[in-house]
Design a protein around this ligand. Sequence first.
Ligand SMILES: O=C1O[C@H](COP(=O)(O)O)[C@@H](O)[C@H](O)[C@H]1O
Length: 258
Amino acid sequence: MSVPNVVVHRDADMLAKAVAARVITRLVDAQSAKGSASLVLTGGTVGIATLAEIAASPARDAVDWRNLDIWWGDERFLPSGDPDRNETGARKALLDHVDVDPARVHVMRGPDSGMTAEESADAYAEELSRAARHEDHGPAPSFDVLLLGMGPDSHVASLFPGMPALYDTRPAVAVHGSPKPPPTRISLTMPVIQGAREVWVVAAGADKAGAVRLALSDDSGPVQVPAAGARGRRRTLFLLDRASASKIPASLSRLSSP
Ligand SMILES: O=C1O[C@H](COP(=O)(O)O)[C@@H](O)[C@H](O)[C@H]1O
């Protein structure tokens, strides 16, 4: 697992713009190296703002959108089209504006599919394992970039502190009793997150400062501080605004932009 690098931007708006630029560059690099790329999306404020910035970027068409697999780190178990689904936010902000291949947009299905949350999680695990290749060394692809928002309680994807999903080793699980509504969700598990080539945690706002500090501390474990387990195989980035970075120890190396 990689050691996190921290990059701090002026505010949430600049953060979303900077992350959008990074995503575009990373996808173009991955596609030029191997023809296609994979990106895991997150919901949440900065996550969706980043997607809107990608859509607004003049560089967005440098990405070959049809040769991109899009996945989600988590989903609220709500019917298709529900405004609170992460999928709905992503479609509105980005996916409706670019030429993605619908067969490569891998959604976590909701109750309108006729599945229970467990069945939906199992179906996603199956889809992940079908997409995994020999070189991924596991039951899910080693995603090029896995984006994660983070809650003030340090949750990432729908892995909330102390909950059973944090011990699960299947690729995707149903989560019940989420402290943040809605209570039922589907989430990738920690082994899949940690199997990604690059994990980028994006967070903004003073209410996240304590969680950011804990997530970067060597003393935190992922069961109590899920964001402390958010580490990629090759690279981990914590992309922050000043407010969310305000409690990081001075000893921790970081880059700041104006
Ligand atoms: O519920 C969720 O929350 C987190 C963080 O959201 P934010 O609004 O505090 O940024 C998000 O990463 C996750 O995907 C989502 O389902």
